[in-house]
Design a protein around this ligand. Structure first.
Ligand SMILES: NC(=O)c1ccc[n+]([C@@H]2O[C@H](COP(=O)([O-])OP(=O)(O)OC[C@H]3O[C@@H](n4cnc5c(N)ncnc54)[C@H](O)[C@@H]3O)[C@@H](O)[C@H]2O)c1
Length: 308
């Protein structure tokens, strides 16, 4: 079976392409390299350089690869707290629909879409299940929910499987600063021996998923042809203050007290995802504990510094 991964030169996409190729699937990547990098794409996985908004280029790519499934990960980051630029909205909403349309028109039977925990509102339970109220507070969450809605309509009208994966906060080797990831920022600052900067009080919580686990989740829904909406989370909540301490532990350095800054617009107080539905459908569960994942992330950061 062959799979086309959009955004495969990015953080999650490169891990997904590696996981799929390693499991013996013929894998190809579409990416415009706007933030991704050619060097991240695993050896032997071909890159088709194209913009997901370009319907003709995407149809040609699908015609060339003839995938059984398309995994759509390509997206731009929205700056927090601003009305987003139309180009970013265009990539994240229209681009997703261009890829989905091209896939369905070509008879691709399975479409996987990277949604996000950002579709949920403030948490009132231990962890959000997929039935929890959606109430996005960020442009990213709004755009993900819009695409989810369009895909649900398409799925109901056509004989295709659509897996919507709502990922919690991903971390691990190869992340970039562009997404404002707390783990990425903390690892970078610890490596420089500088205090962590925390937006808001530090008591806000997130659910951190190791990127290799997230890639296995994609492989699992492809394998099971799991149709529906699925959280990809650990069910464990970690405060940003605790995360900061854990990163210092992984760094092996003397922890420095964090510097607190004003909270960011749209930041939820708590975010945590219940992954039971995905486990029931595919048998997948994240297997990397946060401390271990942070140690691997820190080691890979050190290895990059060493090579440079
Ligand atoms: N990283 C997280 O914590 C997280 C959490 C939830 C959901 N997600 C979702 O997972 C997906 C991947 O996230 P990531 O962290 O790997 O992001 P990333 O920025 O590292 O990767 C995105 C990739 O998409 C490519 N791209 C951007 N615009 C494009 C366009 N117009 N045409 C073709 N390619 C384009 C970029 O070059 C990049 O390689 C995104 O949809 C993101 O919203 C990520």
């Amino acid at each position: 079976m062959s799979v086309l991964v959009t955004g495969g030169a990015g953080f999650l996409g490169s891990h997904v392409a590696g996981e799929l190729a390693a499991s013996g699937l013929e894998t190809a990547v579409v990416d415009d390299l706007s933030t991704g990098s050619r060097d991240r794409i695993p050896a032997g996985v071909p890159l088709i350089e194209a913009d997901v908004r370009d319907a003709r280029a995407i149809s040609e790519a699908i015609g060339l690869v003839r995938p059984r499934a398309v995994v759509h990960l390509a997206a731009r980051r929205f700056p927090p707290g601003e009305v987003p630029a139309s180009a970013a909205v265009d990539v994240n909403i229209a681009g997703a629909l261009v890829v989905a349309r091209a896939a369905f028109e070509a008879g691709v039977g399975h479409f996987v879409f990277a949604s996000s925990a950002a579709v949920y509102g403030e948490l009132t339970a231990k962890a959000a299940t997929e039935d929890f109220d959606t109430d996005p507070r960020t442009a990213n969450g709004v755009s993900k929910l819009a695409v989810e809605g369009f895909l649900r309509i398409a799925r109901d009208e056509q004989n295709v499987a659509v897996s919507i994966l709502r990922f919690a906060n991903l971390y691990g080797p190869g992340s970039s600063s562009a997404g404002g990831s707390a783990v990425h920022e903390f690892v970078e600052r610890s490596a420089l021996g500088e205090p962590h900067r925390i937006d808001g009080g530090g008591g806000q919580t997130r659910d951190f998923v190791f990127v290799a686990d997230a890639a296995r989740a994609v492989a699992a829904v492809l394998d099971a042809r799991a149709d529906g909406v699925f959280n990809v989370g650990t069910g464990d909540e970690t405060s940003i203050d605790s995360l900061s301490r854990m990163v210092w532990e992984a760094a092996g350095g003397a922890p420095q007290p964090p510097v607190h800054r004003a909270g960011r617009a749209g930041d939820l107080r708590r975010s945590c995802l219940d992954g039971a539905r995905l486990h029931a459908a595919t048998g997948f569960r994240p297997s990397t504990a946060l401390a271990g994942g942070l140690a691997v992330t820190f080691e890979s950061r050190r290895a990059i510094t060493f090579q440079a």
